[in-house]
Structure formats: structure tokens, C-alpha cells
Design a protein around this ligand. Structure first.
Ligand SMILES: [Zn+2]
Length: 366
């Protein structure tokens, strides 16, 4: 069965359950006194308030692609490439050669400042399998010291030059706390060729739901062409349903982690009309993500003024918008506007930049 279909079924089931649990216009379950302790989520039984999801998008349906650039930093190519990646909103890892970091430290720092990952590609780009253990460790450790000296916070990833590795090299690498990362698609930019040709090679190498790690270079003769291939690669891969992701701490391709933002549309006591909360993910991802949402009394009291909500909102894969309805109770007592807090916590697969928004309930009474 397709994952998307399961997602749609989950959404439909959630709606069905919600509809069963809270008939529209349900009577409040709160005591008539209106005196409720705060925080009230515990004091007043919260209803399984309805959630409606936006339509799933096709973005990311084919899987993930991680871009990597080796042999830099290069004063002539790297900064332009970073600007291109930034404009396209694509993450990338730069496997830097230690001696080149020493020659162009400002460029290396600019890569990091722009939010890209910096990783170890040895000090002098030698074939590690031809070196003894001590020399291998020296190549890596010296680069690491250079990162520190230049105030670079590198990831724990390394890439062996030429992809030359074996059990012994892997052991040496791991002994330094580093993880070796190879690639699944060699752009062959180092053999020459136009941007179009390089892009075509990368696109032809993509595997649906495979681990797509692309090798390009920002520190070789043909790097200007390779950098120009990036917008072509990104546009075509996105068209094909891939999305771009960063390498994780151990070298796997990590699913994008969207930022979730909440906005609240005010409700009214007259009618009454519910408060509507919109949860929005800033980008698509390849997995189902979730966050818990709770309503907490402000001047509007749970049970008396609104039916409290306390539920985990599970976004099906591909879905970026969820609407949560908080029923408003007309108690005929309130004057003017009151508010309640919408609190988000327990994120899974998403980042919370703001944990709380205020929602308003208007009233014309009095
Ligand atoms: Zn290299």
C-alpha cells in the first residue's frame, strides 16, 4: 500500500474520531460556577477537538538527496556556490582539505556562517590506503586542529580522498571519533564537462527512496562548471519529487526538519464561532511528524469560555497544514475580549521556534 494513502486514511480516521468525540455545538461539560483552577487542562476534561489537514503535496515523494562538495575551500568558487545554495534553500556538506582551510580561512568561515556543514577531507589530500596508521591519523587530526584554530565547528564526518578506504582506514577514522562518508552518485565533474552534462549525470544517478549522496567539487579546475550545474540539478530533482537534505551526524541522509508555526484566528462568543488554530510546516519532509497542542486559560477560562484542547497533532507525510478548532462557549457573562494561550510542546521531526501563541475570543455581550 502507498504511504500517501495510509496518510490520507490516517487523516480521515482522525477526522472521523474527532467528529464522533465532539458533535458540533456540543454543550460545555464545565461546572456552572465558572471557577476553574489554572492550569486547567488537568481540571477540565479536554475534548478531542477536530483537526483538518491540508492536501498532501507531491514534494519529497521520491526521497532525499544530499549534496556534498570536496577539496575546497576555494577563494574563487566556494562563496558563489554558497550564495547559490542559499538562494535555492538547499543544505550541503563541504569536505574541506585542511591545508586549504589554512590558505583561505575567511572562505571556510563564510561557509559555516551561511549554515552549511564543514567536514574533514584530510590535510593534504593523499590516498590514505597508501599511508601508515600514524600518517592517516596525522592527516585527519591536523585538519581538525586547523578547524579549531579557525573557529570552525566541524561535523564528525570525514571523506577519504579518492574514496580510497578499507577496514584499516575505517578503524583509524573511527578511533578519532569520525565517521567516513562516501557517495552514491559521482558527478564526474573532475573529468571536465559543461554544467548541463554534470547535471545530467547526477539526475541520471538518482534512485527513488535510495540514499542519494552526490559528489561534486568546489576546489578543482572544473569547479566553476560544477557550481553552475547546481541550479539545474536542484530544479530537475525537485521536479522529479526529490527534496534536498543534509547529512546527519553519522553520515546518513537526515529527513528535513520543518519549523512548525502556529497562528490563531479569533473566535466569538456570539454564534458562537470557534477559535481556529493553524499549524504550518515551513517545508515538506519525507516522514510523518507531530507536535502536542494544549490550550491554557488566560482571561478566557477553559470549560467556561472554551472547550480545552490537549492533543497530539500528527501530520501525515507530505502534509504541511493542520487546522484545529477550539469550540467557544457562550456563557452570557463575558464582556469584550478574552484570551487563551495555545502551547506547543513534545515536537517530533519538527522544530519549535515559538512555543506559544495567544488566541482571542470576542464578545458583544454587555
Ligand atoms: Zn577530494
Amino acid at each position: 500500500m502507498h504511504r500517501a494513502r495510509i496518510g490520507a486514511l490516517t487523516a480521515a480516521l482522525a477526522l472521523l474520531l474527532a467528529a464522533l468525540a465532539v458533535p458540533r455545538g456540543a454543550a460545555p461539560t464545565s461546572p456552572a460556577s465558572g471557577v476553574v483552577a489554572s492550569p486547567v487542562a488537568a481540571a477540565v476534561p479536554s475534548a478531542l477537538v477536530p483537526v483538518e489537514f491540508g492536501a498532501p503535496s507531491a514534494a519529497c515523494r521520491s526521497g532525499l538527496v544530499a549534496l556534498t562538495f570536496d577539496d575546497g575551500p576555494s577563494a574563487s568558487v566556494t562563496l558563489g556556490l554558497v550564495r547559490t545554495l542559499k538562494r535555492l534553500d538547499v543544505p550541503a556538506t563541504f569536505f574541506m582539505v585542511g591545508s586549504r582551510v589554512r590558505s583561505a580561512p575567511a572562505t571556510a568561515r563564510a561557509v559555516q556562517r551561511a549554515g552549511f556543514s564543514v567536514a574533514n577531507h584530510t590535510w593534504s589530500h593523499q590516498q590514505l590506503t597508501a599511508l601508515g596508521d600514524r600518517a592517516v591519523r596525522r592527516e585527519l587530526a591536523r585538519t581538525r586542529r586547523e578547524f579549531t584554530a579557525q573557529k570552525l565547528v566541524a561535523t564528525s564526518l570525514m571523506r577519504p580522498p579518492y574514496g580510497a578506504t578499507n577496514r584499516r582506514i575505517r578503524r583509524d577514522v573511527r578511533a578519532l571519533g569520525l565517521y567516513p562518508v562516501l557517495w552514491s552518485i559521482d558527478s564526474l565533474d573532475w573529468t571536465g564537462g559543461s554544467p548541463r552534462r554534470i547535471a545530467h549525470r547526477v539526475i541520471a544517478g538518482l534512485r527513488r527512496h535510495g540514499t542519494n549522496v552526490v559528489l561534486q567539487h568546489d576546489g578543482i579546475t572544473n569547479s566553476p562548471s560544477s557550481a553552475k550545474a547546481v541550479p539545474l540539478i536542484v530544479a530537475r530533482a525537485r521536479q522529479l519529487g526529490y527534496c534536498f537534505a543534509a547529512l546527519g551526524p553519522k553520515g546518513g541522509v537526515a529527513p528535513p526538519r520543518p519549523v512548525v508555526r502556529a497562528t490563531a484566528l479569533p473566535g466569538t462568543e456570539d454564534g458562537p464561532a470557534p477559535v481556529r488554530i493553524r499549524l504550518q510546516l515551513d517545508r515538506p519532509t519525507t516522514r510523518s511528524v507531530r507536535v502536542r497542542l494544549q490550550t491554557v486559560s488566560g482571561s478566557a477560562r477553559a470549560g467556561t469560555d472554551f472547550t480545552p484542547a490537549n492533543r497530539t497533532v500528527i501530520f501525515p507525510r507530505g502534509v504541511r497544514t493542520a487546522w484545529i478548532t477550539v469550540p467557544v462557549v457562550d456563557d452570557d457573562l463575558v464582556e469584550g475580549a478574552e484570551d487563551l494561550r495555545v502551547v506547543l510542546d513534545r515536537p517530533y521531526g519538527v522544530t519549535l521556534t515559538r512555543r506559544e501563541v495567544l488566541a482571542t475570543i470576542f464578545s458583544d455581550d454587555g
